[in-house]
Design a protein around this ligand. Structure first.
Ligand code: THU
Length: 160
C-alpha cells in the first residue's frame, strides 16, 4: 500500500481592489449577471463571467425550474454559450459571484461539482488552464490557477 497526497493551492484577495484590472472588470460583469438570475426556489443567485482569448466576455446566471433538476447553474449557462458560439476560442478566466437572497454571503462560493466537471472538459480541450476567481456577495475573493486544482482525480476522456 502506498499513500497518495494531493494538495490544492488557492490565492486569496482581500477585496475587489486587489484584483488585477482585467479580473476586476470581469468580476463586475459577474456581479451584474447575478442580478439577472432566476432563482425563485433556492433564493440563491449566481453570476458568472468568462473572458475568452478573443477578449470577448460571456456571462450567465442560474436559471431554475419548477422541476428542480431542469434548472442550470450560472457557470454552465455561460460556458456552454461560450462553447457553442466561440468553439475555437480559449477560456482564459472565469469570475463567479454568488450568494443567498435571504442572508448576506460572506465567504467565496466555489463552482459545484457538476460545473467543475464542465469547466474541466474545456480546460482539457483547449490544453491551457482556466483561472477561476470566486466570491460571495461580500468579503474576500478566492482564486484557483486552474480547474484541475479544484477537481483532483477528475474523470476525463483518457479512459473512454
Ligand atoms: N448554483 C450555481 O449557479 N452554481 C454553482 O456552482 C452552485 C449552485 C445555483 C444552482 C441553484 O439555482 C442555486 O445555485 C442553489 O443551488
Amino acid at each position: 500500500m502506498k499513500e497518495i497526497k494531493i494538495e490544492s493551492t488557492l490565492q486569496v484577495f482581500e477585496s475587489l481592489d486587489e484584483l488585477p484590472p482585467e479580473v476586476y472588470s470581469l468580476m463586475q460583469n459577474a456581479i451584474k449577471a447575478r442580478k439577472g438570475a432566476y432563482s425563485p426556489y433556492s433564493k440563491f443567485s449566481v453570476g458568472a463571467a468568462i473572458l475568452l482569448d478573443n477578449n470577448k466576455i460571456i456571462t450567465g446566471n442560474n436559471q431554475e425550474n419548477a422541476s428542480f433538476p431542469s434548472g442550470l447553474c450560472a457557470e454552465r449557462t455561460a460556458i456552454y454559450y461560450a462553447g457553442s458560439q466561440f468553439p475555437d476560442s480559449k477560456i482564459r478566466i472565469i469570475a463567479i459571484c454568488a450568494g443567498s437572497l435571504k442572508v448576506p454571503t460572506t465567504t467565496p462560493i466555489p463552482p459545484c461539482g457538476a460545473c467543475r466537471q464542465a469547466i474541466a472538459e474545456y480546460e482539457i480541450k483547449q490544453k491551457s488552464p482556466v483561472e477561476i476567481y470566486f466570491k460571495g456577495e461580500l468579503g474576500h475573493i478566492a482564486k484557483s490557477n486552474s480547474l484541475e486544482n479544484l477537481l483532483p482525480f477528475m474523470f476525463d476522456k483518457s479512459v473512454l
